[in-house]
Design a protein around this ligand. Sequence first.
Ligand code: ARG
Length: 291
Amino acid sequence: MSVTDVPLDALPAIPRPGRVLLTTPEHFEVAYVINPHMAGNIGDVDQTRARTQWEALRDVYERLGVEVSTLEGASGLPDMVFCANQTLPYLTPGGERGAVLSRMHAPQRKAEVDHYAEFFQAQGYETHGLDPDLPGDFEGMGDAIWHPGRYLLWGGYGYRTDRAVYERLSDKMGFPVVPLALTDPEFYHLDTCFCPLDEDTVLIYPGAFQEDGLEEIRSRFVRVLEAPEDESRELFACNAHSPDGQHVIIQQGCTVTNGLLREAGYEVIELDTSEYLKSGGSVFCMKVMFW
Ligand code: ARG
């Protein structure tokens, strides 16, 4: 893997994506258990509240000037609303837009990917699945997160994505990947414990990483904000999202985390995503950014 010692500012600059895709929640429910947060919540989603919470998220993106696209959720795919997971959209330094299609780990979620492939193709994106000879799974932007403003990928692995997938993607597409082992089943996707806010700053829950992973993070971000354990585990504090490097959209009630964010100069926008927390997801999982 071209894990790099090249300093960040020597990597190609990539503009931040300005568009967001959201998937409508009419078919969202907790229908099976594929992560520890879902246990005990089967059948517990309140549809009306889920719709209201989703609309509030959509309204925030619109208010912030992000162009919103929506895809209709499909019946029988209750997790399709978590649209960070089915693809990894990219923009190359040469200006090509594309999307790597996921190979979902859970059999219950595999059929979601085609819906996103169609969406991105209609946007003029080149879409590619993983090479058939490559074993292992890949859950898109749940685990693979671009460094804001740079052609560098942070790659979480261990629960939903296999490390070898990053080696192949990196070889084929020419971007460096910093692999990060995940070590706690409640933080099963990288986006549950790692939230880059801008080129210099990341919000993390350090307890979800190994020491060498933390060193990688600390060596590439100037500022590392650490969310406390209770807010990270129960409120998904690190599943926040900053679409612009100024505002941070986050589950409401993350008092300590929000203090750190404000002190660091961000404007915090608190939203209630409690229906989605029942399924092990919050803000970051409910959207995918693209160019
Ligand atoms: N119930 C979904 C699953 O376990 C939640 C996915 C949340 N997405 C995320 N990017 N963390 O697959």
